[in-house]
Design a protein around this ligand. Structure first.
Ligand SMILES: Cc1cc2nc3c(=O)[nH]c(=O)nc-3n(C[C@H](O)[C@H](O)[C@H](O)COP(=O)(O)OP(=O)(O)OC[C@H]3O[C@@H](n4cnc5c(N)ncnc54)[C@H](O)[C@@H]3O)c2cc1C
Length: 382
């Protein structure tokens, strides 16, 4: 067994950390307060090659793995979760094109994403279809050479800033299996009948865009079908095996950032004539945080390493997603507790991290859904 990262991976971590530390802090509070996406930082991150590193060189990317994308996520989230999410989720949904798209779709859609020319997204969730993806109702009906799309999606990352979205639609309403009714269709957001409304007042990751979107007789050419008609549900499940690992990296990066803030605070802050760090209760808290982070990091990096070798283990990915999400929430709560009243005040970054952390237990499969996947695998096995 070899747990070492390669020299190239260590260089990526160093570069990502330096970039985030240099660029994010100056605008982090303002972006959070004003719910503003810092497009200039996305452009810089693209120029420096941090965006879409898993995209092969043939399509303009760095040709690295999903693990490397995770490492960048960790470093960016460590400094500011909202900005990190905005920058690195601009390729969210491109994995579907990479995994299932035609050569033509890859050539057309992927290069502009790493060149800061376009932003994409993946639209599954609807007002009445969240955890139960198979209850999606948005329809796409073939009319000659075009699909006509109608429906509403909600909570869509990049919904109001994306140039195109991969949308889960019902195309085969009469299929025998409930899961065979869907297809993934790319929809350009400048099509007539497409509307987006940015959702304001999010609890956290406020520097990123989330929107409700609607399709009213939106027409797209049938060439926009991604993969096979009737296989959209299954394609999205494979997609989640990739993207859930990014969320694990987000969670671990955030937890690491929160713990480091707590360590700085307890070394400096004195009560009863001593630094807080000298109390054993504080030391135990730091030890527990660090251990959880290390365990979560090992779990998700193993799953990501396996994925990059095309050895997908969905239940391991779900274990990592649940555990790292919980780690982010638990560690951040303790980190705020160690700040005492100062943690409750917006001037300190820990207050923002406390609001940001909750999302990693919700999107791309809630922690309950992840546990359901793990249990289903185990109960079917023994
Ligand atoms: C900021 C943000 C960004 C997002 N980005 C995207 C995006 O880009 N694209 C997209 O398609 N969606 C996106 N989502 C949606 C997200 O994936 C969903 O919110 C999530 O899947 C949960 O669905 P829901 O909100 O409808 O909750 P529900 O499914 O209604 O769940 C509510 C609660 O019930 C629990 N529950 C549900 N079913 C079960 C069950 N069978 N057993 C036990 N417990 C259960 C859940 O775990 C949860 O705790 C985003 C959401 C947010 C908040």
């Amino acid at each position: 067994m070899d747990f070492d990262l390669t020299d190239e991976q260590k260089d990526i971590i160093k570069a990502a950390r330096e970039f985030a530390e240099r660029e994010f802090p100056e605008v982090a509070q303002e972006c959070d307060r004003e719910e503003k996406v810092p497009k200039h930082l996305w452009k810089k991150a693209c120029e420096l090659g941090f965006v879409g590193v898993f995209i092969p060189e043939t399509y303009g990317g760095a040709g690295l793995g999903y693990l490397e994308h995770c490492l960048i996520n960790e470093e960016f989230w460590r400094v500011d979760p909202g900005i990190a999410h905005f920058i690195l989720a601009t390729t969210f949904g491109s994995e579907l094109i990479l995994l299932f798209g035609t050569e033509e779709q890859k050539k057309k859609r992927l290069p502009p994403l790493v060149q800061a020319q376009t932003i994409t997204g993946a639209a599954i969730t609807e007002p009445d279809a969240g955890s139960d993806v198979s209850s999606v109702r948005t329809t796409a009906v073939l009319d000659g050479s075009e699909y006509v799309i109608n429906g509403t999606k909600t909570f869509i990352s990049n919904g109001s800033i994306a140039n195109f979205l991969q949308v889960l639609c019902v195309t085969e309403p009469h299929a025998r299996s409930r899961h065979d009714r869907f297809s993934v269709i790319t929809v350009e957001t400048d099509r007539k009948g497409f509307e987006a409304n940015k959702l304001k007042n999010k609890l956290g990751i406020r520097a990123s865009d989330t929107a409700e979107i609607s399709f009213s007789d939106v027409r797209v050419p049938k060439e926009n079908l991604v993969g096979k008609a009737g296989r959209g549900f299954q394609q999205f499940m494979v997609f989640f095996d990739h993207t859930r690992l990014h969320v694990c990296a987000e969670a671990i990066g955030l937890a690491q950032g929160a713990m480091e803030q707590a360590i700085k605070h307890v070394r400096k802050r004195e009560q009863f004539g001593k630094p807080l760090a000298s109390f054993q209760v504080t030391q135990f808290k730091i030890a527990e945080m660090a251990t959880r982070i290390e365990a979560g990091r090992n779990l998700y990096q193993k799953a990501a390493w396996l994925l990059d070798q095309e050895r997908v283990e969905p239940h391991l990915i779900s274990m990592a997603k649940w555990y790292t999400g919980e780690t982010a929430v638990k560690v951040t709560e303790e980190a705020l507790q160690l700040h005492g009243g100062y943690g409750f005040i917006g001037d300190y970054n820990i207050e923002r991290f406390y609001r940001d952390c909750k999302i990693v237990e919700i999107y791309e499969g809630t922690k309950e859904i992840e546990k359901t996947i793990i249990a289903r695998e185990l109960l079917g096995k023994y």
